[in-house]
Design a protein around this ligand. Structure first.
Ligand SMILES: NC(=O)C1=CN([C@@H]2O[C@H](COP(=O)(O)OP(=O)(O)OC[C@H]3O[C@@H](n4cnc5c(N)ncnc54)[C@H](OP(=O)(O)O)[C@@H]3O)[C@@H](O)[C@H]2O)C=CC1
Ligand SMILES: CC(C)(CO)C(=O)C(=O)O
Length: 320
């Protein structure tokens, strides 16, 4: 008799641009997906989720299994965390509440070490993973998401009950398979810390400069001064990664710089936070990499200057 393999149940903790997009794609692929929301709970319960995608066309999920509290969610096998890193303290109780025993918790967030603080409060039985999202999405209204480009999620294991080696790799590959089923590219990464440093080569210059200079990628790539700033910041991230033991692929920064020059005009997620008066993800994208590199003997003065300027902007906009 052939064995029936049940699809894992998926919970989305924080249904914004990232959580809404990947949750909708998984639900459309036949997964049983449960969405935790905050400010958009009523709108999404009533009207569903919509993605206006320049890659897949107009997508919708009319009937959303939406929750305002994790207490009402069923136990989920995979939890995809789509909240901003600035809200991680607030989502920890929800993750614990919605997790099935031995659940896999996947942090779909930018930045370095975003799993570290959460690990300290999670039960040892839960697997903790990080997912690097190579996608351009943002919210355009309650339950409405614009998807401009890309989509891949690269996954690495952070910590948990799985033994080092093949067992961890199997869990990471299970995560990648989840996304593949939904038509999304996903690569299993053998070193999450290196993957996070690699992603920072883009986020450190573009996220911060988009706020500081109030500019999207096209003007940033067109101006000689901002181009020089971007290249200088990228080079420091590569040096910081190296100091922390991660040699990034030769020519990686140059390649990203070139690709961004050909990308459709784009405002990084930090620029959306700036415009919407939300806290900026400065701790994960700047403070933690600066501290990690410094501890390894590498100062990153350009990144430090950018961080201080952004911290000022963040504080002054939020009333000191
Ligand atoms: N957008 C992008 O293209 C990319 C984003 N990323 C990263 O992905 C992460 C998510 O970004 P993004 O999706 O853009 O952010 P959004 O602000 O669009 O989404 C965050 C969502 O989490 C919800 N949330 C936060 N705290 C809670 C809580 N305690 N309970 C329930 N819901 C909660 C927010 O609710 P509320 O509506 O109340 O604010 C919001 O819906 C970030 O780390 C970002 O850097 C990475 C690559 C690309
Ligand atoms: C690199 C990019 C644009 C998409 O993956 C991103 O990470 C972001 O907007 O935060």
């Amino acid at each position: 008799m052939s064995e029936i393999i049940k699809k894992p149940r998926v919970g989305i903790i924080g249904t914004g641009a990232i959580g809404g997009f990947y949750g909708l794609m998984l639900a459309r692929a036949g997964y049983d997906v449960h969405f935790l929301l905050r400010s958009e709970f009523s709108a999404v319960s009533q009207n569903g989720l919509r993605v206006d995608s320049q890659v897949h066309g107009a997508l919708s999920l009319e009937s959303v299994q939406a929750y305002a509290s994790a207490d009402d969610m069923p136990a989920c096998d995979w939890l995809l965390v789509g909240a901003k890193t600035t809200g991680n303290n607030g989502v920890a109780p929800a993750i614990i509440q919605a997790a099935a025993p031995n659940a896999k918790v996947l942090m779909l967030q930018n930045g370095l070490g975003v799993e570290d603080d959460l690990r300290a409060v999670l039960p040892d039985s839960l697997h903790l993973l990080g997912g690097l999202c190579f996608i351009c999405v943002h919210r355009t209204g309650p339950g409405q998401i614009a998807h401009q480009a890309f989509g891949a999620v690269n996954i690495g294991y952070h910590s948990g009950p799985a033994a080092e080696g093949a067992t961890r790799q199997n869990i990471v590959e299970e995560g990648a398979a989840l996304f593949h089923t939904a038509g999304i590219e996903s690569v299993a990464m053998d070193n999450l810390d290196r993957a996070r440093w690699q992603k920072l080569v883009w986020n450190v210059p573009y996220n911060g400069l988009s706020v500081l200079l109030n500019a999207s990628t096209t003007p940033l790539m067109a101006d000689p001064d901002s181009r020089e700033l971007i290249q200088g910041l990228m080079a420091e991230v590569v040096q910081g990664a190296e100091a922390c033991g991660h040699t990034l692929p030769e020519g990686y920064a140059e390649q990203l710089f070139k690709v961004t020059g050909h990308m459709p005009d784009y405002r990084p997620s930090m620029h959306h936070d700036f415009v919407e008066h939300r806290p900026l993800e400065l701790e994960a994208i700047y403070a933690k990499p600066l501290a990690a590199a410094l501890a390894a003997g590498c100062d990153m003065p350009k990144i430090r200057a950018l961080y201080h300027a952004l911290a000022f902007i963040d504080r002054s906009r939020r009333g000191g």
